[in-house]
Design a protein around this ligand. Structure first.
Ligand code: ADP
Ligand code: MG
Ligand code: MG
Length: 906
């Protein structure tokens, strides 16, 4: 740490620059940079983030002592630049105090304007400016901001109105006027007296008259705000370390409230919602600070085009527009031209879309801020591709600038932004699966199906979901659960389906018996309309209109560009031709995982599956399996046709058998009746199949080892489907995958059944074809002995979900109980089921990759767990040298971009 804490910026001297964000914060660094570019910026000084760190460690008194001389020097610099004296009663130098950390943190601390005013200086300002109303307006604003931000005069309860605004409202009412700007100088004097009186009576302290006391109070308040609840929470949400600290900017004031020739505004160099390359923004005449965003007065548009577009939307006639809300372009054409020049210069300089703040003081333009603009995912894509086309940035920058996860927003239907603003927010949960959904509440999966069959749109509301709810989830527009995290069943399944889901909405009390849900005392019945925003986790009452996601041409261009840079191939996890089609459209180059058991749930098949499970002996099982064979074969044929020319990896049956049986008495009785068996027998068999820990029980290849006839049937279905499809001239590329292998003997045993069956089919048909036979690597032992397995298996697909469960010893279905604490306390940095635990599980993957390649050079290596769609995990998989990742169809574009970013980053 250096012992210099204060850096000045101004026309004659500037010590900072844009690359000093860590030290000066984003705002300070960019103000300095603008000065360097010769743009007119009111001079100021920046107290570095290091001072904030000292404040946090040693307290206010120590840091003030350390800063005193430098701050005085800095203020002397401002005085020289402005030709005014800080604290001078006749012609006071006024300043603003503004916070600003490395990363922009909205709402961390409110800005203080007009600091340096007191009862004497306000008269001086009035005399000097010849504008008494302006002086008192500035003074009342200062007291209001300082009283709130530094002295801490807040509403008494959250239901209460802001106490300062309450006084203003009273005054306006008394005078019978609508706007602040309608109050005259005497009203403002009365307001000042009332503000000060309230501060005295409520806080027992006087409003400070001494400008230096005001200044130090504000600086310390900014440092203090770094650790307020809002800031801490925001940092947690965005992974910003508390050690960064905030800088403080003390800047000479320029005044937008000096009359009709003054004003203040904010602007974007491009459109933040659509990304369109069009300069746009809003301003207010005779206003200061954040009046524009505060929404007290209707702001006017900066450009004429923006103004006419706005009038169209706001249904304002052209006459009204021109007379009441003219654009800056119309009323101050010269200022407008300057602003246009400045915004272009800034965008060209930073090579990114900027968000700028400015003030006009009596016909002179001052810039007060510039930063990279926050924008929607769609706008990110469009601005990046257009800036690339415009030669502003290169290909790598264009690819790196779009956060891969932001593409989510482009892939699902979304709520109409305007409609959301009007909607009533009733609950919030985890944004488990993005998208927008509107429907009628139902509480049961079967009822969801029944309602949808009648043509209704439903939202399935559950305490939490289980695999038995799958069918209801498939038909529902969206899923809302009261419990469960981001990797809960509902969340994982919903993401796989690209279905909107909000999970873990804690305030929702589901009473399935009464068929109601209660949220903060309000009861919602079956059939009531609600809307879910899966991207924000918000739940709204009623129907909120949606609009289709738009896949613009730029999105396609970005994907093509990504494909040119990435090394990893992107496949999809898909079980049906429909999913496969979505995946292909999104650019998947194969199926990395087809879960055959998902096909078992469809239609009448579950009956034959249950018959197989309940069979007493092999003969019984074989006869049930014979019924399943044509159905599976048909499914595979559909998949092969859809994926013509691309590899399809089919996994043999994986889950424990009891997942296919009903667990409640009513359904067991229904099943007994249907199958003509006694209820007791069914109950007995279900109890028999019960396992203490099914995740590590009778599943995966263990099923095929106990019941080779299942493997036989599935192998036959796969290869017959492949031959049938091939006979139609389709290029079929089959990969058969054995799950949950821990020792090479398991693999060999299953491989023998598969190969023998396939040879029989080849002989029957008098033909043959190529196929690959490989294995999942998803048990830690499997990874440890990957060399011996690699000698036998032709490919590995890392099942990182199971590998994570077993390596960490975390049951995925139970993590809800402890993972939140774990994440809060930093035991793990991220949910290891969402983003792969690189140091632990990742090490096993890395080792198995090396062992596999050593055993079989050229072995195909991929991953098919949930992690296959997570950008940070994809980066890791790229680095360990996998050939492909496989993710849910809706994440394919995200994975394509993430794979390109991984390749560029390396
Ligand atoms: P935020 O981080 O919330 O945007 P800022 O520090 O940018 O807060 O301040 C908000 C607004 O206050 C600015 O957009 C500008 O309009 C006004 N402001 C800040 N400093 C000055 C100044 N020195 N002169 C005039 N207006 C200022
Ligand atoms: Mg603010
Ligand atoms: Mg700002």
């Amino acid at each position: 740490m250096s012992n210099k804490f204060v850096y000045v910026f101004g026309a004659s001297k500037t010590e900072g620059s844009a690359d000093m964000k860590n030290l000066l914060g984003g705002k300070g660094a960019n103000l300095a940079e603008m000065c360097r570019l010769g743009i007119s910026v009111p001079p100021g000084l920046t107290i570095s983030t290091e001072a904030c760190t000292v404040y946090t460690e040693k307290g206010a008194e120590s840091i003030q002592k350390l800063l005193d001389a430098e701050v005085r020097q800095g203020v002397a610099f401002l005085e020289k630049e402005m030709g005014k004296k800080f604290g001078d009663a006749a012609d006071p130098l006024l300043v603003s105090v503004r916070s600003g950390s490395r990363a922009s943190m909205p709402g961390m601390m409110d800005t203080i304007l007009n600091l340096g005013l007191n009862d004497e200086a306000v008269e001086g300002l009035a005399n000097k400016s010849g504008n008494e109303r302006f002086a008192w307006d500035s003074y009342r604003r200062f007291i209001q901001m300082y009283g709130d931000v530094v002295m801490g005069l807040k509403p008494e309860s959250k239901e209460d109105h802001d106490p300062f605004e309450a006084i203003i409202d009273e005054l306006k009412e008394k005078k019978g006027v609508e706007l602040d700007t309608d109050l005259d100088v005497n009203d403002l004097k009365e307001m000042v007296a009332a503000f000060k009186g309230m501060i005295k009576s409520r806080l027992g302290r006087e409003f400070p008259n001494d400008p230096w006391e005001q200044l130090w109070g504000s600086v310390m308040a900014v440092f203090q705000s770094w650790n307020n609840d809002r800031a801490v929470f925001y940092r947690q949400m965005n992974d910003i370390p508390g050690s960064w600290g905030t800088a403080v900017n003390v800047q000479s004031m320029v005044f937008g409230n000096l009359g009709q020739n003054s004003g203040t505004g904010v602007a974007f160099t491009r459109d933040a919602a659509s990304g369109e390359d069009i300069f746009n923004g809003e301003f207010l005449i005779n206003a200061q600070g954040e009046d524009v965003v505060a929404g007290i007065r209707t702001p006017q548009q900066i450009t004429l085009e923006g103004s006419t577009r706005w009038a169209d939307l706001a249904q304002v006639s052209e006459l009204d527009r021109r007379t009441k809300y003219p654009s800056l372009e119309e009323i101050m054409p010269e200022i407008y031209q300057q602003l246009l020049k400045t915004e272009t210069a800034l965008e060209n300089h930073y090579k990114d879309m900027q968000d700028i703040e400015f003030t006009i003081q009596e016909g002179k333009l001052w810039m007060l801020q510039t930063r990279s603009a926050k924008r929607t995912g769609a706008a990110l894509v469009r601005t990046s591709m257009e800036m690339l086309a415009q030669g502003l940035i290169d290909e790598k920058t264009a690819l790196l600038r779009v956060g891969a996860d932001r593409l989510n927003e482009l892939l699902h239907p979304v709520f109409d932004g305007q409609a959301v603003k009007k909607a009533r927010l009733i609950a919030g949960g985890l944004p488990a699966s993005p998208g927008a959904a509107t429907g009628q509440v139902v509480f049961f999966a079967d009822e969801a199906e029944a309602w949808v069959a009648k043509g209704k749109d439903v939202i399935l509301v559950r305490q939490e979901t289980s695999p038995e709810d799958l069918r209801g989830m498939v038909v529902a527009k969206g899923i809302l659960t009261a419990r469960g995290g981001m990797t809960s069943h509902a969340a994982v399944v919903a993401r796989g389906m690209g279905k909107c889901c909000v999970s873990g909405a804690g305030s929702v009390r589901v009473d399935p018996k009464a068929r109601t849900m209660t949220i903060e005392g309000v009861v919602y019945n079956e059939g009531d309309w609600i809307s879910l925003d899966g991207s924000t986790g918000k739940v709204y009452e009623g129907k909120v209109p949606t609009k289709d996601a738009e896949l613009s041409g730029d999105f396609g261009k970005l994907m093509e560009l990504a494909d040119r840079y990435k090394r990893l191939a992107i496949r999809a996890n898909a079980d049906s031709p429909e999913d496969a089609k979505v995946a292909r459209n999104f650019g998947a180059v194969g199926i990395g995982l087809c879960r055959t058991e998902h096909m078992f749930f469809e239609g009448d098949r579950i009956k034959s599956v249950r018959e197989m499970i309940l069979a007493q002996d092999e003969a019984g099982r074989r006869s049930a399996l014979a019924k399943l064979l044509p159905m599976q074969r048909g499914d595979f044929e559909g998949l092969f046709v859809e994926m013509a020319g691309l590899p399809v990896t089919i996994r043999l049956l994986d889950p424990p058998l009891h997942e296919f049986l009903p667990h409640d008495e009513a359904n067991q009785r229904a099943m007994a009746a249907e199958m003509g068996i006694s209820y007791d027998e069914i109950k007995h068999r279900v109890d028999d199949l019960h396992e203490a820990n099914p995740m590590m029980g009778h599943r995966g290849c263990r099923l095929g080892i106990s019941y080779p006839e299942i493997t036989e049937m599935q192998s036959r279905a796969i290869i017959e489907a492949a031959l049938n499809t091939k006979a139609k001239g389709v290029d079929v590329r089959v990969e058969i995958m054995v799950p949950l292998v821990g020792t090479v003997r398991e693999f060999n045993a299953q491989a023998k059944v598969i190969r023998d069956t396939i040879e029989v089919v080849f002989a029957e048909r008098g033909t043959h074809m190529n196929y690959l036979l490989g294995t999942m690597i998803e048990t830690p032992r499997g990874a440890l002995v990957a060399d011996s397995i690699g000698k036998q298996a032709e490919f590995f697909s890392f099942g990182t979900n199971d590998l994570t469960q077993m390596t960490l010893g975390f049951s995925r279905d139970d993590i809800g109980k402890f993972l939140p604490d774990y994440l809060k306390d930093g035991m793990y940095e991220q949910d290891p089921f969402q983003s792969i635990d690189q140091k632990g599980v990742g090490l096993l993957v890395k080792m198995a990759v090396e062992k596999g390649r050593a055993a079989r050079p050229g072995i195909k290596l991929g991953v098919c767990g949930e992690h296959g769609g997570d950008p940070a995990s994809i980066d890791f998989f790229h680095r360990v040298g996998l050939d492909y990742v496989s993710c849910s169809p809706f994440r394919v574009p995200i994975a394509r971009l993430a794979a390109a970013q991984a390749a560029i980053g390396q």
